[in-house]
Ligand binder design. Structure first.
Ligand code: AMP
Ligand code: DBH
Length: 557
């Protein structure tokens, strides 16, 4: 009989694997704090970071991080404490993260779109003692109000720190620049940060990334992407997201001695002006953003983009037709990136032929990334056949943070992560993502765990049962549609009820991108034999509907 499962923060790699990863030079025992120090010695007076009119040299960034580390320490923060960091795209993100890395405080990488429900979950799971925000996001949203709502309920939070704007009753980050004091070096095997998973279950999942494993992925990515001191990287996607942070992203740029330019917003007008002003060489986009950049460049011309060398695209499926527009329209190379915050990242390489670059999502970073493509019974399928992608390696986690029960399902007994992606792989190891088995919607790169939204909708008294599925969309790739079975089908007009359900979700405090784009009311949800909702049937119903526009009670936003 097995006892209660034990929650752990970090599921370690088995010792023989760890030894191998060290011997191969992947894990070098350097912390992220020491990494910046080393870069400051190497590149001291070069510009590391540009944000609006402000700029930081490597040395200034290093010192600023030290000062804030001292301030956080004076506030009472200690190594091992967790801090939820939710910032818009501003340079303070890097100052705060490196301050945390120096202290051994673990940042939880929240995204600007998260709201009360998500942030409360991150706090509850991690036991975070501080919440770090800006007064407002790029969209004007007031994060201090969110902080007040969190503090109105019992919480582990002791401090709210405001990195930009009016701190109101909270602590202004500026007041936390203290005199630098030497801090003990962190152990690189410790958790450096907690990334977020797009997830597929009702409860968000936190991803423990160690200094050693994260820095390996950053260093190796910077090498694969051929970054150097001449690299100028435009950070367009939310800074905390794993892709623009580490693949190779802003950290990869700092690793190579390049310059990070922070874009406050991702729209082409803002981005193109920054590209021209700072002679940007690289950017990382999701396919939906790429589409808007392509359209803008096609209509306005690409004079502003002359400095661009490479556009990385990842996070969601990129169609070969859109991929083929990159070079002629933007005048730069395309690199496809297929990655996950849990670890494994694949890149097409600059020397690959066009077929590979347009039609595949690349191959793994590391010779020691182990890839299996398997059928429903975990048996390996032949090369070129479609199957479930499993992976294990030097920068792929062996378990989520404090999620023992989920880990038993998300990992094989021998430690392979079940990615939930359906792929095919060729003889050279190049991977094509063909679909997904996990119950998730990928809305323009923003992942929605269907079950999480379903649970929220079920709290409405009129909702008897509900299923959230993806609807194909020309711009975002996918949007979400909730099929709702009502408790009292004739109680009120359905158009009003659809609005009320969306309002209900807003009041529950879930991120805006998770609110269903469409709501369909059904008399009864189709069920499979064991009584689970037959989502595939619902998806087919939506496809059929797109083809012949069959009438259904429908609500668009
Ligand atoms: P997460 O685990 O939340 O970090 O999300 C990672 C997931 O995003 C992957 O497992 C894929 O489902 C999806 N994804 C990332 N990059 C790509 C890509 N280039 N093409 C298709 N799907 C992608
Ligand atoms: O979607 C992702 O999570 C992702 C995409 C590309 C990622 O985490 C990454 C590269 O590192």
């Amino acid at each position: 009989m097995s006892g209660p499962v034990q929650e752990v923060d970090l599921t370690p790699w088995p010792e023989d694997f760890a030894r191998h990863y060290r011997e191969r030079g992947y894990w070098r025992g350097q912390s992220l704090g020491a990494f910046l120090r080393e870069r400051a010695h190497q590149y001291g007076e070069r510009i590391a970071l540009i944000c609006g009119a402000r700029r930081w040299t490597y040395r200034e960034l290093d010192t600023h991080a030290d000062e804030v580390a001292a301030g956080l320490q004076a506030l009472g923060l200690r190594a091992g404490d967790r801090v939820v960091v939710q910032l818009p795209n501003i340079a303070e993100f890097f100052v705060v993260c490196f301050a945390c890395f120096r202290l051994g405080v673990i940042p939880v990488m929240a995204l600007p779109g998260h709201r009360r429900a998500e942030i409360a979950s991150f706090c509850a799971i991690s036991g975070a003692v501080a919440y770090l925000i800006a007064e407002r996001g790029a969209d004007g949203y007031d994060y201090r109000q969110l902080a007040r709502e969190l503090l109105a309920h019992p919480t582990s939070l002791r401090h709210v720190i405001v990195a930009q704007g009016d701190a109101a009753e909270f602590i202004a980050l500026d007041t936390l620049r203290h005199e630098v004091r030497p801090l003990p070096e962190r152990d690189a095997g410790e958790i450096a940060l907690l990334q977020l998973s797009g997830g597929s279950t009702g409860r968000p999942k936190l991803i423990p990334r160690t200094h050693d494993d994260y820095l390996y992925s950053v260093r190796a990515s910077a090498a694969i992407c051929e970054l150097g001191t001449d690299t100028v990287f435009l950070a367009v996607l939310p800074l905390a997201h794993n892709f623009p942070l580490s693949s190779p992203g802003t950290l990869g740029t700092l690793c190579a001695g390049g310059c990070v330019v922070v874009a406050p917003r991702p729209d082409p007008a803002t981005a193109f002006a920054l590209i021209a002003e700072h002679a940007v060489t690289q950017a990382a986009l999701v396919p939906a953003l790429l589409l808007s950049w392509l359209d803008a460049a096609a209509s306005r011309g690409r004079d502003a983009l002359a400095s661009l060398k490479c556009m990385q695209v990842g996070g969601a499926s990129l169609s070969p037709e859109v991929a083929a527009r990159v070079r002629p329209t933007l005048g730069c190379a395309l690199q496809q990136v297929f990655g996950m915050a849990e670890g494994l990242v694949n890149y097409t390489r600059s020397g690959d032929d066009d077929t590979r670059i347009l039609h595949t999502q690349g191959r793994p970073i590391s010779d020691d990334d182990e890839i299996r493509v398997v059928d429903d019974e975990d048996r390996d399928v032949a090369i070129g056949e479609v199957g479930h992608l499993l992976t294990r390696g030097p920068y792929t986690i062996r378990g989520y943070y404090r999620a023992a029960e989920h880990n038993a399902r998300a990992f094989t007994a021998d430690g392979f992560y079940r990615t939930g992606d359906r792929v095919r792989r060729d003889a050279q190891g190049y991977i094509q993502v063909v679909g997904r088995a996990k119950d998730q919607i990928n809305r323009g790169g923003e992942k929605i765990a269907a079950e999480e939204v379903e649970h929220q909708l079920l709290t409405h008294p009129q909702v008897r049962n509900v299923a959230l599925v993806a609807v194909p969309d020309a711009f975002l790739g996918e949007r979400s549609c909730a099929f709702v079975e009502l408790a009292q089908p004739d109680a009120q007009p359905r158009s009003r009820l659809a609005l009320e359900l969306k309002m209900h979700l807003r009041e529950r405090g879930i991120a805006t991108y998770k609110i269903p784009d469409r709501i369909e009311f059904v008399d009864a949800l189709p069920l499979t034999a064991p009584g689970k909702v037959a989502k595939q049937q619902l998806r087919e119903r939506l496809h059929g509907q797109a083809a012949n526009a069959a009438p259904l009670h429908r609500s668009h936003p």
